[in-house]
Design a protein around this ligand. Structure first.
Ligand SMILES: [Zn+2]
Ligand SMILES: [Zn+2]
Length: 207
């Protein structure tokens, strides 16, 4: 099921002529925010820096992530850097497993958490039906040229069809840190009891 590395769009090496390697470093201040989750990276914490061509001019820029967030959202870059990671990187093997899991399906990197739909207006990217107010939905983001932008939603109950059977619960929970314990349990229950995906796969192709 694994997609060949390097064939996904926007990840081509040809755009990176003199690329500085991605890095890990101890955060010198507590000011930078993680691009993956939006939370502050604490001073003294080991952070992952993805190097990208600067879209505004010459040279390169660095975008910072919690290593655990990068494993879910920038897996390929993290995997490139892991062999040179410092020895005190917490749970290196776990991070590698998480990042490899991310690369198993191209849609997994889009997961940005889950929430109860505040309105009944959005349509599910998977089944194309409206997402009822109060129903659980998975937030999606799309990554392009150093930016994450909102990518719509899918029903939580459409996860088997949308991710084609790949498990996304750990990343859904990871990017939903604000949920109360009762909501977290309900989310998990709704995820696990989602209907099988037969019938949905034959529908209109999703992207
Ligand atoms: Zn983060
Ligand atoms: Zn749906």
């Amino acid at each position: 099921m694994a997609i060949p590395q390097g064939c996904a769009p926007n990840q081509s090496r040809v755009d990176y002529p003199s690329s500085m390697p991605h890095i890990f470093e101890v955060a010198p201040t507590g000011r930078a925010k993680c691009r993956g989750c939006g939370a502050t990276i604490a001073k003294g914490e080991l952070r992952f820096g993805e190097r990208l061509p600067n879209p505004f001019g010459e040279g390169e820029m660095t975008q910072w992530f919690h290593p655990g967030c990068a494993a879910f959202k920038r897996a390929e870059s993290l995997l490139e850097a892991l062999p040179d990671a410092p020895a005190d990187l917490h749970d290196k093997e776990g991070l590698e497993g998480r990042a490899r899991g991310t690369l198993e399906h191209r849609r997994l990197e889009r997961v940005d958490g889950a929430e109860r739909s505040p309105t009944g207006q959005a349509k599910c990217r998977c089944c194309r039906e409206r997402i009822e107010r109060g129903a659980w939905r998975i937030r999606l983001v799309f990554y392009e040229a150093g930016r994450f932008s909102p990518g719509g939603f899918v029903h939580l109950t459409c996860h088997r069809a949308y991710f084609e059977g790949h498990d996304a619960l750990d990343r859904i929970q990871h990017f939903s840190p604000g949920l109360e314990e009762t909501d977290r349990k309900e989310l998990e229950e709704a995820y696990r009891t989602a209907p099988p995906s037969e019938g949905l796969e034959k529908g209109a192709p999703t992207s």
